[in-house]
Design a protein around this ligand. Structure first.
Ligand code: 5AD
Ligand code: SF4
Length: 459
């Protein structure tokens, strides 16, 4: 056993003694609430944190107000995400005033940033501890210290070994499966390699076992997660892992995210084309259409290489949905660079784009670059990009009218309970009339479209 495992066992036992005593005196188990910001990886990490809390004798509750312990799982990818999390943490001061025994812990990417943990320690005296991402292994010790009223802001590095805890999943038909953690790529704008550490792949056999269990439990939509899923190397390549999982018995769809264009292989495209259970959707972040900016971003591909992947995917899988991420206003981006981005967007015609205004991240090379782009220029370019993509999405959506698409039903629509809603392989929202239940795959005849959704009838 390693030191990490020993500490986990020891402190778990101590926390369980506390939660048992709490339950004996109060008549209910202590309640824990986990608030999540950020990406799917964070959603998956929160499910593991909830699993660890249950293992430690907590019960999971649905709101901060009834909680004896609140964990805030934060995101650091852009400044806006950090400010939002800090503002929510700020609101918890009143809860702590009302109940001084309330434990408040900050987990996730902000928990790996020295300047943020210093800020939490010094300016948020009611926060008990901070922990880096993927930190379920350290949670028992942090909680034990909090129970003993000792504040703890010393852990900044995310660890590879995590205990074998079952996550508490929030959805009954969709599941996240982390297959690798961390990133080795050091794109110059990105904080992820600093806060999530180097790449660690989970062993192949563990992933197969987890997916088999999910299928037997009735999960229909399984997403393999990692900062760079296609650089997976836990005993086989990513293409081999996907192939093996797609051959499992059952009625389910496999997705994966996020991929790096430098690791797209002909084998991966082949597996996607030949396996029915792999969703015909590729999320392939482009970031910029300018070779000069791609180089400054340290992306290790150029426009031509990216377009080569798009063509190869469409040649093998004509109906594939391709989506992407774009950063607008990276340091030094000229009008000409930006025009190259608009141009490649017109060429590829992405099914959906997630676009972001560049946000300088402390400690990354791009934050130190000269020629930071003024906010007004960034905003103006961002609006132009959005307008272009909206017109493309609208055209693509209208061209779906008359087609029959496979949809995973998610249940009644949030805005109109008389219609059902679901998602296509390409993750497009479909609102439809029908009789399907949540978690069922059905086919929908598309009768109408708008920029953000398709409408239709179940057949
Ligand atoms: N500023 C803006 N967007 C960023 N992303 C990553 N870092 C930054 C940053 N500093 C975007 C990239 C990435 C997505 C998850 O977030 O487009 O693919
Ligand atoms: Fe960030 Fe680049 Fe790693 Fe993606 S590949 S997490 S953008 S450093």
């Amino acid at each position: 056993m390693t030191d990490n495992n020993n500490a986990f066992e020891l402190y778990s036992q101590r926390v369980r003694e506390y939660t048992d005593a709490f339950a004996a005196s109060k008549g209910h188990r202590p309640r824990a609430f986990v608030r999540t910001f950020g990406c799917q990886q964070n959603e998956a990490d929160s499910e593991r944190l909830r699993g660890t809390l249950v293992f430690l004798g907590y019960e999971i509750c649905e709101s901060e107000k009834e909680a004896n312990c609140i964990l805030v799982n934060t995101c650091a990818i852009r400044e806006h995400a950090e400010i939002k999390a800090l503002s929510v943490i700020g609101q918890y001061k009143h809860l702590k005033n009302a109940d001084p025994t309330l434990i408040i812990g900050v987990c996730g990417c902000m928990g790996a940033e020295k300047h943020r943990t210093d800020q939490l320690k010094n300016s948020y005296p009611y926060v008990n501890f901070s922990l880096p991402p993927a930190s379920d292994a350290m949670l028992p010790e942090a909680l034990y210290n909090a129970i003993k009223r000792k504040r703890d802001f010393t852990r900044l590095e995310s660890v590879a070994e995590t205990p074998d805890i079952s996550p508490v999943r929030t959805d009954k038909s969709k599941a996240w499966v982390s297959i690798m953690y961390g990133c080795n790529n050091f794109c110059t704008y990105c904080i992820v390699p600093y806060v999530r550490g180097r790449e660690r792949s989970r062993p192949f056999a563990d992933i197969v076992r987890e997916v088999e269990t999910l299928i037997s439990e009735g999960y229909k939509d399984i997403t393999l997660l990692g900062q760079n899923v296609n650089s997976y190397n836990g005993g086989c390549t990513f293409a081999e892992l996907l192939y093996r999982l797609a051959k499992l018995e059952g009625d389910f769809v496999l997705r994966f995210m996020t991929s790096h264009p430098k690791d797209v292989t002909p084998e991966l495209i082949e597996v996607m084309a030949s396996c029915d259970k792999v969703a015909k959707h590729f999320h392939l972040p482009l970031q910029s259409g300018s070779d000069r900016i791609l180089k400054a971003m340290n992306r290790r591909y150029d426009r031509e290489k990216y377009l080569g992947h798009v063509n190869a995917l469409r040649a093998k899988i004509p109906d594939i949905a391709i989506t992407s991420d774009i950063i607008v206003g990276f340091p030094g981006e000229t009008e000409e660079d930006f025009a190259a981005t608009l141009d490649i967007i017109r060429t590829v015609r992405f099914d959906m784009l997630y676009s972001f205004i560049y946000s300088p991240r402390k400690g990354t090379p791009a934050a130190e670059m000269e020629e930071q782009i003024p906010k007004s220029v960034q905003n103006e370019r961002f609006d132009r990009l959005l307008a272009l993509q909206n017109s493309i999405s609208e055209e693509l959506n209208y061209s779906s009218v008359g087609k029959t698409l496979r949809v995973l039903c998610e249940g009644g629509s949030k805005t109109d309970s008389s219609v059902l809603c679901g998602r296509t392989d390409g993750n497009k929202l479909v609102l439809f009339d029908g009789t399907a239940k949540a978690g069922e795959f059905i086919y929908v005849n598309i009768t109408d479209a708008e920029p953000y959704a398709l409408h239709g009838k179940q057949i």
